[in-house]
Write a protein that binds this ligand. Structure first.
Ligand code: TYD
Length: 170
């Protein structure tokens, strides 16, 4: 499902615009999604006692879920992420509240606004991501395809871009 097909009352927005970056400065050609990132429409069991969403590995996400972590108590104005992964795949969900996820494939950059617990943003390997604009009380739930491995990270943006361009060591 693409963002353009979402119900009009749902505020999952795809905003394409040049953004400030942590590393360097470059203008970003707007208009195309960062490669491979997409909104996943998760199952919803509507119930007047409270709604329920479930996620099964390799069924609702394109990988076996090896790890789950979540960000919470994020102070206003703070940002998270600022890295890419060599192999890791992730599904990022606004389990509570809202926040933005900026994804970047080394040449293009796109901002997703997440504020529904039944949508996830799939982020493939080799995608730089930054999370910001967290609302008060928000919870960012992340499903991951692998266990934590610091060796899987690119934490330097220029190294990431070089690797994407095939100029560095992947
Ligand atoms: P990091 O992935 O950089 O956080 P974020 O991208 O959300 O801002 O991780 C922050 C710290 O937490 C880092 O020291 C590693 C540690 N950490 C783990 O030990 N296990 C995990 O599963 C994750 C995601 C992080």
């Amino acid at each position: 499902m693409t963002v353009g097909e979402l119900p009009p009352d749902v505020r999952v927005e795809r905003r394409v615009r040049p953004l400030g970056r942590r590393a360097g400065d470059r203008s970003w050609p707007p208009g195309r999604a960062a490669l491979g990132c997409r909104i996943v429409d998760l199952p919803r069991v509507a119930d007047c006692r409270g709604n329920l969403t479930f996620i099964e590995g390799s069924e609702h996400v394109p990988f076996d879920i090896e790890r789950v972590y979540y960000l919470y108590d994020v102070p206003g104005g703070e940002s998270r992420g600022g890295h890419a992964h060599r192999e890791l795949e992730q599904l990022i969900i606004a389990a509570a509240g809202s926040f933005d996820v900026v994804v970047d494939d080394g040449t293009r950059r796109e901002r997703f606004f997440l504020n529904r617990s039944y949508f996830g943003l799939y982020v493939p390997p080799m995608t730089w991501r930054e999370l910001d604009d967290f609302s008060s009380g928000s919870v960012c739930l992340v499903l991951a395809s692998r266990r934590y491995d610091e060796g899987d990270y690119y934490r330097d943006y220029d190294q990431f871009v070089a690797a994407r361009a095939g100029e560095g060591t992947p």
